[in-house]
Design a protein around this ligand. Structure first.
Ligand SMILES: C[S@@+](CC[C@H](N)C(=O)[O-])C[C@H]1O[C@@H](n2cnc3c(N)ncnc32)[C@H](O)[C@@H]1O
Length: 259
């Protein structure tokens, strides 16, 4: 699927949609925290770290708190996402990072490469700005991440005319566990894989509907079609909650540490 940059930037006009999506994981049944996990994967001796696709800065903040000796720069293509991130922060595209060759010690690209039209170009750019021996940390979803929720959404969409046109996973398969290793290995000698799988039990339909709605601008369909799919999803969830106390799915993340 081709990434639609305009739709992507609309989704990230401000931090609201991302905060809604991240908020769904307050219902995880274990205490896994991806921010802590990522911080633990980065070596301690990094001077300059870029957090590319930083969003509202949840990883940037964590690293700055823990590593006062390092400079952590938040970089994002969407200026509205950086509005609440303290300096240093800059608006830039992952495919053209305004740093010299080898000028950076560590680079994060967390939950963002599936939005980049030319992933191979972005990975080449990460290699270019990283010094020899520098560390790239990437996170993305497993190909079967949150399957139960996507199965429900697919069922909702299947009730619509021309259902085949709409893929609820949107741009996510553009960079997931199925194709990420090959793309990273093309530029990095060592690619270590850290997979995490965690159960999520949501006790009411509203946070699930809010999650689906937060992806509205990524879906290439008319408002009428979208609203019909949301109504169908609400109906399916109401049926589900009539006989269950929670809606359960599995969150499957993968981190790659590359050198
Ligand atoms: C799912 S959010 C992840 C944000 C952050 N890394 C986190 O996990 O909280 C994806 C972010 O990537 C940014 N983004 C999308 N395309 C980009 C590009 N080509 N270059 C830089 N940032 C981009 C979006 O604006 C958004 O803030």
């Amino acid at each position: 699927m081709v990434v639609d940059v305009e739709r992507t930037m609309e989704n990230y006009r401000d931090a609201g949609n991302l905060k809604t999506r991240v908020g769904l994981f307050r219902f995880r049944r274990d205490d896994f925290d991806p921010v802590e996990f990522a911080a633990g994967l980065l070596p301690r001796d990094l001077g300059l770290i870029l957090d590319v696709g930083a969003g509202y800065g949840r990883y940037t903040r964590r690293l700055r708190a823990d590593r006062p000796e390092a400079t952590v720069v938040a970089v994002d293509k969407a200026p509205g996402m950086l509005a609440e991130v303290p300096e240093p922060a800059m608006t830039a595209d992952a495919q053209a990072i305004p740093y010299p060759d080898g000028g950076v010690d560590g680079l994060l690209a967390l939950h963002m490469l599936y939005h980049v039209p030319d992933v191979a170009a972005a990975v080449a750019e990460f290699r270019r700005v990283l010094q020899t021996g520098g560390t790239l940390l990437v996170a993305t979803n497993a190909a079967d991440d949150m399957d139960a929720l996507y199965v429900l959404w697919r069922k909702a969409i299947a009730t619509l005319p021309e259902a085949d046109r709409y893929d609820p996973r949107g741009p996510l398969p553009h960079f997931d566990s199925a194709n990420a290793p090959a793309l990273l290995k093309a530029r990095f000698d060592t690619v270590e894989v850290f997979a995490d799988t965690g159960p999520v039990s949501v006790p009411e339909p509203e946070p699930l509907i809010a999650y689906l709605r937060s992806a509205r601008s990524l879906m290439d369909c008319t408002d009428a079609v979208y609203e019909a799919s949301m109504l169908a999803a609400e109906r399916l969830l109401a049926e589900h909650f009539a006989s269950h106390t929670t809606f359960d799915f599995t969150k499957r993340l993968v981190f790659y540490r590359c050198r």
